[in-house]
Every structure is written in C-alpha cells, then in structure tokens.
Design a protein around this ligand. Sequence first.
Ligand SMILES: C[S@@+](CC[C@H](N)C(=O)[O-])C[C@H]1O[C@@H](n2cnc3c(N)ncnc32)[C@H](O)[C@@H]1O
Length: 290
Amino acid sequence: MNSLFRCVAAVLALYAAAPALAQDLDDAKDNIAGPYVPTPGVIVDEMLKLAGIRGEDVVYDLGSGDGRLVIEAAKRFGARGVGVELQTELVELARTGAKREGVADRVKFVQGDLFEADIKDASVVMLYLLPRFTTRLVPKLRAELRPGARIVSHDYPLAPWPPDKELSMDVPEKEMISGTAWTRLFYYVVPARVQGVWELSLPKTLAGGPLTLDIAQEPDSLSGTAKDAKEVLPLRDLAVRGVSVRFGLLYRGRLIALEGKVDGQTMAGEARGRDVHEPWTARYRGPIAR
Ligand SMILES: C[S@@+](CC[C@H](N)C(=O)[O-])C[C@H]1O[C@@H](n2cnc3c(N)ncnc32)[C@H](O)[C@@H]1O
C-alpha cells in the first residue's frame, strides 16, 4: 500500500468511525457537527490568508481535528490559538503536532463540545462543519465574539448571515473527500451590537435637541429610524462593519452623512453635510418597546 493510499484509508476509517462513536456518547444532544475530514494544506493557506492572521490574534478552530489550522497560525504568524474537539484521539494528535512544530507554548487543545465552548477570547474563528451546524452556531458567534472578530468557514456559509467576502477555488484533493474539487470559503466580520433605542446628539448647527434612534438588527438585515417631536425619518444606507457604523439622514431638508465607531453603549463620530463637519454621539437607552 503506498503512503497516499494509507493516508486516505486512515482518514476514511476515522470518517466512518467518528460519528458512530461520538453518536453513542452524545446521542441525545444532536451535536455531532461533522465527521473528521481534515482541511487540505492548500485550503489551510487560503483560510489563514483570508482571515488576515496577525501575531496578536487568538485563533479558535471549533471542531479542530488534528489541530492543523491552529498550529499553522501559530507557526507562521506567531498567533496564539485554541482548538476545541470532541474526539479525544484527535485532541492528543493535535497536542503531539503542536509539540513537533514547536508551538505547544502558544496553542491549547481542549476536549469538549464546541457548542458549549467559551469563545469570547477569540479574535478569529475557523470552521469546517456541516451546514445545519454552522447555521446553529450563528447566534452564539454573534453574541459571544467581540465586534471586529473574524470568522472563516470552509465550504458552508453561516446562513442566514450574509458573508462579507466569499472565495471559491478548485482543489483536486477535495474530490476524494466531498466528490467535487469545488471549494468555497466564507468570511465574516462580527458586527457591533446596535439593536435598540439610542439617543442621538447632533451638532447644534444641525438639530436643536437630541433625536431618538430605533435600530433593528438581525443577522441578515439592519434598519432604523430617527425621530424628533415632529417626524420619523428612515436611516439611509445604515451599515455596521466590525465597530464601524454609518448612515445618512435627510433632516430638515439637509442630507447628513454620519460615520463613527460603536463602543459598547456609546457611538461617536463625525457628521458631514453641506458646510458641516462636526462630531456626533449616541447613547444606548434600552431595548425597543414591543
Ligand atoms: C470536518 S472536521 C474539520 C477538522 C479541522 N477543523 C480541519 O479543518 O482540518 C470537523 C471536526 O469537528 C469535530 N466535531 C464535530 N462536532 C463537534 C462538537 N460538537 N464539538 C467539538 N468538535 C466537534 C469532529 O470530530 C471533526 O474533527
């Protein structure tokens, strides 16, 4: 048996055995988010590139298999990393790999359920899971990761969350694994949480008093209004990317463009209009009354 064949046979054996084994252990939970199928090296490279890994990153792989994504991020970019993996043998394999590659002091592999993992320290999350489970992870990722954290998902999008970027490529090695060489990568940046009621203070040249912003934020939609005592106006082209926010407002016959940063319960930035270039702020006031 040549070594490539031995390697494929080993992967297929794990592929076949893993779900059954884990299923026995954890049947009621329906948490087996995919069999063990390692990401080919060329795709590992693309995932790290797409995430824009830097030395200060903390890279999590949820369902980390043999740990290759976390190990490569540490080895090539000096990042720190955590792999969360259900299967004990794979956790051991990853720990051995980390020692062999000289990065054991920067990475950690934890045996556990990715749906219960504490992920708040991650600045980057890597995923290669079946689509039903990537979708199930969306609320957790958006609630627990800090705004600006990046996510790269191999082959399956985090529907219904629209990706910030998408790449596709042909990788012949994938044909043995998934029956097609076509590979897709989906990239997301966790947006700041802006859902709720905010009190918007505009420059005095633009408004006599504060306005109330009502913002509705879902993974696949973002909309809002601004109101004063007299009128309710739509927020035009409202967008949040990481901690950056922007929107337009047609207020008292003047078009104002607002850009700024969200920092927890405050927003602040610059308002621009004809002859105006001044600061604005907003303070979070609470949830939208239903
Ligand atoms: C397709 S493999 C990907 C491995 C690795 N991330 C890579 O890209 O090379 C999916 C991995 O997720 C693991 N897994 C599945 N459900 C899990 C869960 N609930 N918690 C932790 N790991 C899980 C599997 O055991 C498997 O190793």
